[in-house]
Write a protein that binds this ligand. Structure first.
Ligand SMILES: [Zn+2]
Length: 66
């Protein structure tokens, strides 16, 4: 199983691309719900953590500014 560790400001790829064609999402809020923002069009969506994890494909970029 692929390890799925993600943090705030990481860029992730989801199993389904956004309708705008982009499949890079930035995590902009973490909590019981996760808010991710499409890097293509700037649209953001809030999804429950469980659902986010089931739809997450991989983490593309780790946030390095700590
Ligand atoms: Zn988009």
């Amino acid at each position: 199983m692929v390890e799925k560790t993600y943090e705030l400001n990481d860029v992730v790829q989801m199993k389904k691309a956004h309708p705008c064609g982009e499949n890079r999402w930035k995590i902009i809020r973490m909590g019981a719900d996760i808010r991710i923002k499409c890097e293509g069009c700037g649209h953001s969506v809030m999804i429950p953590r469980k659902k986010f994890e089931s739809k997450l494909k991989k983490v593309i970029e780790k946030n390095e500014a700590k």
